[in-house]
Ligand binder design. Sequence first.
Ligand SMILES: Cc1cc2nc3c(=O)[nH]c(=O)nc-3n(C[C@H](O)[C@H](O)[C@H](O)COP(=O)(O)OP(=O)(O)OC[C@H]3O[C@@H](n4cnc5c(N)ncnc54)[C@H](O)[C@@H]3O)c2cc1C
Length: 398
Amino acid sequence: MDMQQMDMQQQECDIAIIGGGMVGALAAALLAPTGLSIRLIEAKRPTEFNPEQPQDLRVSAISATSVALLEKAGAWQRILDMRAWPYQRLEAYEWQGFHTEFSAASVNCDYLGYMVENRLIQLGLWQALAQYPNVTLDCPNGLEALHQTESGAFLTLAHGQQLNASLVLACDGAESFTRQLAGIGISAWDYGQRCMLISIEADQLESDMTWQQFTPSGPRAFLPLGKEQGCLVWYDQKQRIQALAKLDNETLAEQVMANFPPRLGNFKVLSKGSFALRRRHANQYVKGRVVLLGDAAHTINPLAGQGVNLGFKDVAAIVDLVSQGAEAQLDIGSVERLARYQRRRRPDNLLMQTTMDVCYHAFSNDILPLKILRNLSLRAAQHSGPLKTRVMKYAMGL
Ligand SMILES: Cc1cc2nc3c(=O)[nH]c(=O)nc-3n(C[C@H](O)[C@H](O)[C@H](O)COP(=O)(O)OP(=O)(O)OC[C@H]3O[C@@H](n4cnc5c(N)ncnc54)[C@H](O)[C@@H]3O)c2cc1C
């Protein structure tokens, strides 16, 4: 039988995961110890790491809970061996003097979180997967068609293979084709804003701290990526960001100096990129044997850096339920089991989306009484003791 005939053969696996990004790869790595046969299907191979590479623009603030999940998956040390940067303090303010600061020391932790390039999280997980003979990494490949019956899902892949699976995890991001093929609708709206990521280099960065200043046209934020490297995040009206994106790096640096707080000192712009801000929420997380996780299920305003951390919580929930099923030798994709996943995750994700939207709208206007009120709130929050600790622990996922 030649390769092509083999490819055309009907193949079987217990779990097909569509999308081998951060969320899909974490799901594969945490499900691998169950011994179930897993096929991780990813369209695009990430570029290998090389320490000489400049930092990618796409970085995520990873919470302590996410770090623990990556540790459990056998990926965290591999990520640290490439690059990751811890931060110990977080500050949010509008007017100087009316701010809220959170610190790791106040909750007896060494760090609040880590800034990590998305690609390195993915690479660390892919490296960890190599030790499992029951996981097949199928890349480049993609999903072309999906058909479901009560007992299983039948997938047609881009290379023509036919694959039967008991469970399909859709981890193929915000525009999820798997979600569309499964016939799951979403509610979505545009924030009418874009966000620009600007990679910078400087001598005197506040490298242990991430801060966010709210302005009526949108927040301005700083994410530390090293002693002398960082990433600026500039939220603004679409037209303004589009105009900024056309500037050369020197002129953009002048615009940053005029529009960001002076605490940055002297810096040089290394690279930039911009992203649309869109909230999406799938109307249901489960249809038959297809389950949505991560951005395929929800996208959120990146204001508080919670996106992938919520996706990792989705992974933890489905891994828990599937592992229980596998151990008891029950159907891993049964209706009851998957309904429990949706009940666990959808309300939590909805609450976080809504909280982010309330913050975003409360701070993105120039109405004087509201301005005074929100600055007083930030100041009150700074002195709110136990409440502040609870908020911080929630953001850290503790
Ligand atoms: C500007 C910005 C800043 C952000 N900052 C933060 C932050 O600080 N902290 C945080 O937690 N989150 C942040 N996020 C959100 C975070 O980036 C996302 O939540 C995260 O990338 C979602 O991961 P995912 O694996 O679900 O999806 P993705 O990262 O989109 O991965 C999907 C994968 O599926 C693959 N794929 C797609 N279609 C197919 C197909 N048909 N077949 C096979 N493979 C396919 C893709 O190639 C990709 O590898 C930010 C988002 C934005 C836009």
